[in-house]
Design a protein around this ligand. Sequence first.
Ligand SMILES: Cc1cc2nc3c(=O)[nH]c(=O)nc-3n(C[C@H](O)[C@H](O)[C@H](O)COP(=O)(O)OP(=O)(O)OC[C@H]3O[C@@H](n4cnc5c(N)ncnc54)[C@H](O)[C@@H]3O)c2cc1C
Length: 377
Amino acid sequence: MAQIGRTLVIGGGIGGMCAAILLRRQGIAVDLVETNPQWAPDGAGITISGPTLRSLRDVGVVDEVLRHGGWWNAIDVCDRDGNIDVTVPVVPAIGAEDLPGGAGIMRSALAGILGKATRNAGVNIRLGLSFEQLDQDESGVDVLFTDGSASRFDLVIGADGIHSAVRRHMMPDFTGSRFTGQGSWRAVMPRYRRNSTIYMGETAKAGMNPISETECYLFVLDRRDNMNFIEPAHWQKELARLLAEFGGVVGQFRDGLLDGSIRHPRILYRPLSSHLIAGPWHRGRIALLGDAVHATTPHLASGAGIAIEGALVLAEELERRPSLEDALAAYADRHRDRASLVVDASCRLGELERERGPRDEYTRVMVEAQQALRAPM
Ligand SMILES: Cc1cc2nc3c(=O)[nH]c(=O)nc-3n(C[C@H](O)[C@H](O)[C@H](O)COP(=O)(O)OP(=O)(O)OC[C@H]3O[C@@H](n4cnc5c(N)ncnc54)[C@H](O)[C@@H]3O)c2cc1C
């Protein structure tokens, strides 16, 4: 086991919390700092793929995720009015055949479950806090926090998301994520089917994934020329415009958005961007995890999955290798291929959607990536 007595995780998102839980399990003292004083992510649904469920089982929270979320073993592919054309089975990940093929949950519920597990693991959590300065030498990293306090750590993990400040400190030449030409729209609506559902329109595709016994979240991706901010006051009208061609429950939902009868649709818009850092993912005793090092679009619903897989691989390598340097190098070497598979395939799917590219290529990229991710890490 690498000689690490004390570790700091910067960022209490999905990846950071999983890393903190797994390192505590090895008896390592872990501090976690999170800028958001409420520790509450935006109010959208998130899809948990079969491989992600397998990783959440290893972290120890899958039962609770399934208890609070919704799950399915098939996707109903429908026409734009909601008539089912075909039902496609969703096969669980290899080694997780006892779990469903897919699941969904509100991000805030997932954060609550992981937050509870992080506290129960004995992580020293400090909210509303970040780092001001990181200074490392051969034997440790001196961290100055934004509240003026200071501490020394053996290892610092930057799990602070797509706009990572730790990455900026480590890799000042990194030019930033690349806008992928699409925006993501999500809203919460009543659940009306057992399965995950896709409505295939002429110009748009709308999906609905269960997030509890009673609710699902609707998602639509649209083509965008830039990352310009859209005022939340316009989100309801804009989403309704994107759903113009749909009938069935999607059409009813759109009409409810337009006539105001749907009071709190919990809509969220985000322009999509992505990156994958090819080179080393650490400098000395500071390492990056999750979106900080590989941020993806939601086409394969696997960004959170690879953040959790990264935490599992990092913890395993730290336990397995006596040298910290070797462990951090091995973490990136082992995890990079799966991360780049997700980032590359997701971006290609986005391109094909934007350009209305060949449907057979779209299906092939999707199926090949899903099969590869089902295989053990
Ligand atoms: C529109 C959209 C939809 C998506 N849908 C899915 C999906 O359905 N399924 C899926 O698997 N993935 C999905 N993803 C990807 C997924 O959300 C991310 O890959 C995942 O959240 C990455 O986890 P993370 O812990 O690396 O980063 P984050 O979840 O972003 O967490 C980073 C944390 O660090 C904190 N932080 C930031 N800066 C600092 C700082 N300086 N100091 C301290 N704390 C800091 C933040 O407050 C945050 O809590 C989606 C992404 C997008 C953009």
